[in-house]
Design a binder for this molecule. Structure first.
Ligand code: H79
Length: 719
């Protein structure tokens, strides 16, 4: 005590005298910096961001329900445990030893050549993970050191060809995981590769590392990243997606990635494995602004390394956490392991914010799992056995705020809240403010016993037992009288469609997940045949159509966005998490018409879109659709003929606008054409409702519907 006090006084004196001792100067330098505003979640996640429908569908396959993944950092570095020839141990990450220990590639190769994790047992790993409640596994197939844990024909610097071990860890683990019902993914460092002089370093400021690991490289060496991508990283990713049953691929540190490079990797993965999830590190480092233009190329957002969300987030995320301060196994220098309580709290906060926790363990160089990691996972597994229903398959906190005593998750139907009491209150009570629902019952998951609660208006108060029922997180399951946070998809649709919802063409369509999904976008002609198409494709496809009459081409993207934003909203009981298999679209009839004061008038009116504008809009529409649903088959339906005598349209214009459309679509040979113009033209006299009207009678509608259904069916069966 005395000494402490004295030290303080001396320090104060020194400070007053204006002479900071060296130690204090150091401390001042290291004083906590003001938080970087660019790291704030609000800065990174704009509220308007939306994953594509395809990405949401991929998330929905298993990822969103899984919540708990095991990340594995395993490689040559695991044998060094964070130190090489006395160097590098002050560094936080043991997998960075080649850089922190300044190990030239030639020397690191010698370490690699001795890598022999002889005690590796894939089934033992997989069963351990499974028993701890883990639902998916992501292992380093190649970290920044460039060494592959899989057999590669691209580079012999891999575990099978380069080491005495000779076994393909990725193959063995993928099979063991799938045997256990675990999903399996690989980490692949697509940009950094310290074994390749052409690969970029983590940032421009760290370019000097290149000469640490390649000391003989000429000082004026000009790295060529594309040469590295084409010769190693892209072909190895191809090997991975081709040869292994991947459910997920985890890219990292996207130094010098750009749109062109992102497309190469994303398209490669999707070409071989359309259901394989891709994380955001294909382009996003974890901290900067998330850019809408890249969302079509990955499926969910990895937040920063070992970052836990502090608020609920608008996009589905994953936190790459770790049981310790390192990712690779580290015994040298400092290494901090989280307490069981910290780990469970980090996990619960991540899930309640709207995300998965991918919690890392670094196995030992001999191939055994780190016993400390297994202990921590075990504590999580024990808690999950009792409280798993508050985690798996849940959705983020539906309330605006996170309570000070813990956090909240909810069931997908919005009828159940799970209150996670992380800090047991001295007052013996917790309150939930601004609850827009009525609690019907409350029980503790730990015991099944009823919890004491009283509700006044929107304030729910729980009186707790004196002791927590779980030392880390006591969960109270609250059943609500009316669901909250969720809205019926049917109501959301009704809001969109307005009065039209009462017409069968605009009725709400319930999704049958067993059959493909078709969307019809179009004007009143398509409204006319929608029901016929539905009849013809009954039990073969869910046939959706735009919630309103499709207008001219300039309104296409707005209407589609409005519909998808409303129907993909997270809070719906049945959001559109499916993928579009086919989208048939038509625009034109409203482009070629002449309006004067909003009325059809070809004498004095102005044409809605010139041919040039129409073509431009069509290009934008195609780009939009390719982003919205990269795997959907697109069909363009031509505009049906305009009769003589129509008050706002000239008879020859449909053909002219179709010609312009086909000219644009010639650049997109993947888009099929349904030439309804040619199909309809010879039948004009029988099908028109009355002279001078663009609409069709039942015979016409049915014939067109049959034709549309025929082409859609053919398209579906060709996929
Ligand atoms: O694989 C794990 C990390 O190795 C990897 N991401 C997770 C999932 C990662 N790579 N880079 N980074 C994380 C950022 C780390 C930068 C630093 Fe450094 C490493 C800061 C300190 C050590 C750069 C290198 C600055 C000093 C040395």
């Amino acid at each position: 005590m005395m000494r402490n006090r004295m030290t303080k006084t001396i320090l104060q004196l020194v400070i007053m005298a204006g002479m900071l001792p060296l130690q204090a100067q150091e401390a001042a330098k290291k004083a906590p910096k003001a938080p970087n505003p660019k790291h704030k979640f609000e800065y990174r996640f704009d509220d308007s961001l939306q994953q594509t429908a395809d990405s949401k569908a991929r998330q929905a396959l298993w990822f969103r329900d899984a919540k708990f993944g095991a990340f594995i950092h395993f490689g040559v570095y695991s044998t060094l445990e964070g130190e090489y020839k006395g160097r590098g141990s002050q560094h936080r990450y043991s997998e960075w030893i080649q850089i922190s220990g300044q190990i030239p590639a030639t020397e690191y190769h010698q370490v690699a050549a001795k890598f022999n994790p002889s005690e590796f047992d894939a089934d033992e790993w997989a069963t351990t993970f499974k028993d701890c409640g883990i639902r998916y596994v992501v292992i380093t197939s190649k970290h920044h050191d460039g060494f592959a844990l899989f057999k590669s024909m691209v580079s012999h610097y891999n575990i099978v060809d380069y080491t005495p071990f000779k076994r393909d860890i990725i193959k063995e683990l993928s099979e063991a995981c799938h045997r256990q019902g675990l999903k399996f993914g690989v980490y692949y460092s697509q940009a950094q590769d310290w074994d390749e002089p052409d690969a970029p370093l983590i940032s421009a400021a760290k370019e000097k590392f290149r000469w640490d690991v390649h000391p003989d490289l000429p000082k004026d060496f000009q790295p060529n990243m594309d040469r590295y991508i084409m010769n190693k990283s892209l072909p190895q990713v191809e090997e991975l997606v081709k040869n292994y049953e991947l459910d997920l691929i985890w890219f990292d540190t996207p130094a010098r990635m750009n749109m062109e490079r992102v497309k190469l990797f994303s398209n490669m993965v999707r070409a071989y494995r359309p259901n394989c999830l891709i994380n955001s590190r294909i382009i996003h480092s974890g901290k900067g602004k998330i850019e809408q233009q890249y969302l079509p190329y990955y499926d969910y957002v990895s937040i920063g390394d070992k970052e836990v969300p502090t608020k609920k987030l608008p996009l589905y995320v994953e936190s790459p956490d770790s049981v310790s301060s390192s990712f690779g196994y580290k015994t040298k220098g400092n290494c901090y392991y989280h307490t069981e309580e910290e780990m469970i709290h980090r996990f619960v906060h991540t899930v309640c914010a709207g995300g998965n926790a991918l919690i890392n363990n670094g196995p030992m160089g001999n191939g055994k799992l780190d016993p400390e990691a297994v202990r921590i996972y075990g504590a999580m597994g024990k808690w999950l056995k009792v409280n798993g229903e508050s985690i798996y398959g849940t959705v983020r906190n539906p309330l605006d705020e996170r309570p000070e005593w813990g956090d909240i998750s909810a069931s997908k139907d919005g009828k159940t809240l799970y209150l996670h009491i992380l800090e047991w209150p001295e007052s013996g009570t917790i309150t939930l403010n601004d609850l827009p629902a009525t609690a019907a019952s409350a029980v503790y998951l730990a015991t099944g016993q009823k919890a004491n609660f009283a509700q006044q208006g929107d304030i729910l108060k729980l009186t707790l037992p004196t002791q927590a029922l779980n030392q880390y997180d006591t969960v109270v399951k609250v059943l609500l009288k009316e669901p909250m946070g969720t809205e019926l998809a049917e109501n959301a649709w009704a809001k969109l469609a307005g009065k039209s919802v009462n017409r069968p063409e605009f009725a709400f369509i319930e999704n049958n997940p067993a059959i493909p999904n078709v969307l019809i976008y179009g004007d009143s002609i398509s409204i006319g045949y929608t029901q016929r198409v539905r009849e013809k494709l009954q039990d073969q496809a869910n046939v959706y159509r735009l919630y309103c009459n499709g207008g001219d081409s300039s309104s296409f993207i707005g209407k589609m966005t409005e519909m998808h934003t409303a129907m993909c909203a997270e809070n719906l009981d049945a959001p559109w998490t499916f993928k579009w298999n086919v989208i048939q679209f038509n625009v034109g009839l409203h482009d070629l018409k002449y309006l004067s004061s909003r009325k059809l008038d070809k004498e004095n009116g102005v044409q809605v879109s010139s041919l040039e504008v129409y073509k431009e809009n069509l290009r934008d529409i195609v780009a939009y659709l390719k982003k919205l649903a990269p795997n959907a088959k697109l069909i363009f339906a031509t505009t049906t003929p305009v009769p003589e005598g129509e008050p706002g349209r000239f008879a020859g214009d449909a053909a002219k606008y179709n010609e312009a459309a086909l000219e644009v679509l010639r650049d997109f040979p993947g888009i099929a054409i349904n030439d309804l113009f040619t199909f309809t033209k010879p039948n004009q006299p029988e099908w028109w409702t009355k002279p001078g009207n663009v609409h069709y009678n039942d015979a016409g509608k049915n014939a067109q519907g049959d034709e549309v259904a025929r082409l859609i069916r053919a398209t579906l069966s060709s996929r």
